[in-house]
Design a protein around this ligand. Structure first.
Ligand SMILES: N[C@@H](CCC(=O)N[C@@H](CS)C(=O)NCC(=O)O)C(=O)O
Length: 283
């Protein structure tokens, strides 16, 4: 159940602000640890970028259990048992949701950031620029597209799924499909990626929502006007990205489906996880 404080008077889902917004400093072996879920689109962005930049040795990873209970994300192996312990060790007064992705500074024993849009940009600008996922000359355009993606797609699917009124739901769904239509048109022009031949941060942000679209957003979040597979250029684009190991090998449909269908009992009270959809992601 989403806390009431994230629902507006007219039934819209309004995401909580990120509590920890420090910038990542220079990496040091054993210093930073990423807590991520394969289910979470915001966390998968960091897993993808970590792999693309080849900074795996500088950023350790703990993958949380996909099923979240009333105590929040559980850490397999039990150190700590729950992600909440890291939040409360960093700020005993923290009262928000305990979210992934989060980066823990082992040297200082505290959370540095849960500011998901900034984490990947920090890695791309200060940890490694090979490949250059956020090239300086394209930054204004990338920022503008990322903003469009966030409001029209990445967060809009949640606004549809967590809406508490018909009007709020319909408004969010309209935004989702207007954005998918736009992306289809952009990619139908023939470029492999959103910025031509260059793979950028925008592709990472688009991908993690597209990868979940038919598996969970179409059914569980009721974004059911069309499926991703109904968009020829977008579907080819999503599979092109999936074929890159950093994308494909961090995409876990089992975690995705079990997490969404079993963790929002207000949306799916039976917690039954659907069989399918049977989709072939190979090129
Ligand atoms: N940090 C952001 C976005 C990250 C986020 O929402 N992550 C989800 C998983 S996709 C999460 O960890 N949710 C935990 C919860 O709702 O208790 C937020 O606070 O809304």
């Amino acid at each position: 159940m989403k806390p009431a404080r994230e629902t507006t008077g007219d039934g819209r889902f309004a995401r909580q602000p990120n509590r920890f917004t420090e910038r990542l400093g220079p990496p040091g072996p054993g210093r930073y640890r990423l807590y991520a879920s394969y289910a979470c689109p915001w966390a998968q962005r960091v897993l993808i970028v970590r792999r693309l930049l080849g900074v795996e040795d500088l950023l350790d990873v703990t993958i949380v259990d996909p099923i979240r209970d009333e105590k929040g994300w559980r850490v397999p192996g039990g150190d700590p048992e729950y992600l909440s312990e890291l939040y409360l060790a960093s700020d005993p007064d923290y009262r928000g949701r305990y979210t992934v992705p989060v980066i823990w500074d082992a040297a200082e024993g505290r959370i540095v950031t849960n500011d998901f849009p900034q984490i990947t940009l920090d890695l791309e600008t200060t940890w490694s620029t090979t490949p250059d996922l956020y090239p300086e000359r394209l930054r204004p355009e990338i920022d503008a597209l990322n903003d469009r993606l966030y409001h029209g797609l990445n967060n809009a699917v949640y606004e549809a799924g967590f809406a508490r009124s018909q009007a709020a739901y319909e408004e969010a769904v309209a935004r989702v499909f207007a954005t998918l239509d736009e992306l289809e048109e952009r990619l139908a022009a023939g470029s492999p990626y959103l910025f031509g031949d260059e793979l950028t941060e925008s592709d990472v942000r688009a991908y993690t929502t597209l990868a979940r679209f038919d598996a969970v957003y179409h059914g569980h979040f009721k974004c059911s006007v069309r499926r991703l597979v109904d968009y020829p250029a977008l579907w080819a684009y999503a599979r092109r990205l999936y074929a890159i190991p950093a994308f494909g090998e961090t995409t876990d449909f089992d975690h995705i489906k079990r997490h969404y269908y079993m963790t929002h009992p207000d949306i799916n009270p039976s917690r039954i996880v659907p069989v399918g959809p049977a989709i072939d992601w190979s090129l």
